[in-house]
Design a protein around this ligand. Structure first.
Ligand code: G3P
Length: 478
C-alpha cells in the first residue's frame, strides 16, 4: 500500500515481501505518523549482494568522477532541505530550525568530503629499502589507499540524516559501497536523503537502504559475511555489535557522560551560557551534551542561580514552534529519564525546578547537590535533566570524570590556559573543549570516544582513512 515508504535496493524503491511494516510514532502526538517496510533477511542479502557487485566498478571509477557525483548529491540534498527537515520534525521532534540546519550541515559535509577525498586519496607514499639495517637501495615501495568493500552504516535517531551522511560520504569517496540501516525514528528522513543520492545518479546498487526492526535484521546485518566495515553511532548495542562482528574495521560512537568542570576563575557568564546550550539543546538528546556539571564549591551557588535564570527562559513545547525543549523521542526514553529523576529525588538531590512531564515532553530540570550514589551522576539521561555536583578540588572533578565508563568529550571553564591544558591532559576523554561546551563539529575535526564511548576516530579525514586500507607494491631492482 502507498502509505508505507519503500526500501531502496539496486537503484529501485521496493516493497518488502514480508508484507509487514514498522510504525514511526510522532513523539509529539504519540500517534503513528509514517510507516516503513519491515525488510526480511533475504532482502538484506539482496541489498548486500547488489552493493558488493556495484562496488567493484565504483572502485575503478576515477576519483574526480566520484567527487563530482558527491557534489551533485550535496546540492540536491540542500535543495530538498525543507521536506527532509519536515520529516525530522515529525519523526524525532527536532525543533524546525535545527532540523533544517542538520540537512544543510549534511550537504556541506558531503562537499567537504568530496574535496578532502580527492586530496588525500590522490596521494600515496614512496619508500626506499636502504633505511632499514641490512638493506641496499634495491627495493622501491609504492603505497596507495584502496577501498574496503561494503560499508554498513547504522546511524542513531538524533541525527538520522547527518550521522548517516558522515558515514556514507567518506565511504563513497573512498570507493566503497554503502548499506544503510536507518534508525526507526528518523527512517523516513533518511529515505528522503537516500533519494537525493538516487537523483544525483549514483550507479545502481552502490547505495542500498533497508528498514525494519533491529530485532529481526540487526544481528543479521552486522554479522553478515558480505559486510567489510561497520560504522555505528548509538547506544550500548554497539558493544554487542563489536563482540559479534567479524574481523573487519569498526568505527563506533556509543554515547558519553560529558563532564563540564568549572573553576573559580572561570568567566561565569560564558560557562552558564554553554552549560544551558550544551545541556539542553535538542532536549539533551546528544551524545556530546553536557551531562554533568562539576563546579568548585566557592562559585557553585552563583553558577546554579545563573543557570536557573536561563533555564526559566527556555521555551517548552512543539518542535513545529521551534521550542527549545521538545518531546523526547519515545515513551520508553521518557520513562527512563523519569526513573533517573525519581532516584535523585529519593536520594535527596536539590530540585531547582519542579519535575514536570506531559506525555514525552519533560520540562528542563537542573538537579543541584547531586552525589556519586545517585544514578544521574553516572548514567546518561538523553533528556533535559542536568545534574550539578559541587567539588572541593579540581582533582575531585577529574576523578569523577575518569571514574565514568564513558570517555567521549569533556569541557573545562577557566581563564588559566595552563590549568586548562593540564586538566585536558588528565581527562580520559576523546576530546576536551576549553571554554566551550562539547560538540562534534566542525565536521572535519577528529571525533572519538575512549572506553565505552567507542572505537576508531571520526571526522571527515579520519573516516575516509578508516574506510580504506593500504595497498603496497614493491619493485625489486636487480
Ligand atoms: O549525538 C551524536 C553526536 O555526534 C553529537 O553531535 O554535533 O550535536 O555535537 P553534535
Amino acid at each position: 500500500d502507498g502509505d508505507v515508504y519503500k526500501y531502496y535496493v539496486d537503484g529501485q524503491w521496493n516493497k518488502s515481501s514480508s508484507g509487514k511494516s514498522v510504525p514511526i510514532i510522532n513523539p509529539t502526538t504519540r500517534k503513528t505518523h509514517y510507516k516503513v517496510q519491515a525488510c526480511t533477511q533475504e532482502e538484506v542479502n539482496n541489498v548486500i549482494d547488489s552493493a558488493k557487485k556495484a562496488q567493484k566498478l565504483w572502485a575503478k571509477t576515477p576519483l574526480w568522477k566520484r567527487a563530482e557525483l558527491l557534489h551533485k548529491a550535496a546540492a540536491i540534498l540542500k535543495e530538498n532541505k525543507a521536506p527532509i527537515a519536515e520529516c525530522l520534525v515529525k519523526e524525532i521532534a527536532k525543533p524546525a530550525k535545527d532540523a533544517v540546519t542538520e540537512v544543510v550541515r549534511s550537504g556541506d559535509l558531503v562537499s567537504y568530503c568530496a574535496e578532502e577525498g580527492v586530496r588525500i586519496l590522490g596521494e600515496g607514499k614512496f619508500l626506499v629499502s636502504d633505511s632499514f639495517p641490512g638493506n641496499d637501495r634495491t627495493k622501491y615501495c609504492l603505497t596507495s589507499k584502496i577501498p574496503l568493500g561494503v560499508v554498513l552504516a547504522i546511524p542513531p535517531f538524533n541525527y538520522p540524516v547527518n550521522l548517516a551522511i558522515s558515514k556514507i560520504a567518506p565511504a563513497l569517496i573512498a570507493g566503497n559501497s554503502i548499506v544503510l540501516k536507518p534508525p526507526t525514528q528518523g527512517a523516513v528522513a533518511a529515505l528522503h536523503m537516500v533519494h537525493c543520492f538516487h537523483l544525483a545518479g549514483f550507479p545502481k546498487g552502490l547505495i542500498g537502504c533497508v528498514t525494519g526492526k533491529g530485532s529481526e535484521i540487526g544481528d543479521f546485518l552486522t554479522m553478515h559475511p558480505g559486510v567489510n566495515c561497520i560504522s555505528f553511532t548509538g547506544g550500548d548495542t554497539g558493544i554487542s555489535i563489536s563482540r559479534k562482528a567479524g574481523m573487519i574495521p569498526l568505527q563506533m560512537e556509543l554515547g558519553g557522560k560529558d563532564a563540564c568542570i568549572v573553576l573559580e576563575d572561570a568567566d561565569l557568564d560564558l560557562a552558564v551560557a554553554n552549560i544551558v546550550k550544551g545541556g539542553f539543546s535538542y532536549s539533551g538528546q546528544r551524545c556530546t551534551a553536557v551531562k554533568v556539571v562539576l563546579v568548585m564549591e566557592q562559585i557553585a551557588s552563583s553558577l546554579v542561580k545563573k543557570v536557573n535564570e536561563k533555564v526559566a527562559k527556555l521555551t517548552v513545547g512543539a518542535p513545529e514552534d521551534n521550542c527549545d525543549i521538545t518531546p523526547v523521542v519515545t515513551e520508553s526514553s521518557a520513562n527512563f529519564i523519569e526513573g533517573l529523576v525519581k532516584d535523585a529525588k529519593e536520594k535527596k538531590a536539590t530540585f531547582c525546578q519542579e519535575y514536570k512531564r506531559e506525555g514525552n515532553l519533560i520540562w528542563p530540570l537542573l538537579l543541584d547537590n547531586v552525589r556519586p550514589d545517585m544514578r544521574i551522576a553516572w548514567e546518561e539521561p538523553f533528556g533535559p535533566v542536568l545534574p550539578v555536583i559541587r567539588i572541593k578540588t579540581v582533582e575531585e572533578g577529574i576523578h569523577h570524570c575518569n571514574a565514568s565508563n564513558f570517555g567521549l568529550q569533556g569541557c573545562v571553564f577557566t581563564s588559566d590556559i595552563n590549568k586548562a591544558i593540564m586538566i585536558s591532559d588528565a581527562m580520559e576523554t576523546g576530546t576536551v573543549q576549553i571554554n566551550s561546551a562539547p560538540a562534534r563539529g566542525p565536521d572535519h575535526f577528529p571525533f572519538q570516544g575512549l572506553k565505552d564511548s567507542g572505537i576508531g576516530s571520526q571526522g571527515i579525514t579520519n573516516s575516509i582513512n578508516i574506510m580504506t586500507k593500504v595497498k603496497t607494491t614493491v619493485i625489486n631492482l636487480p
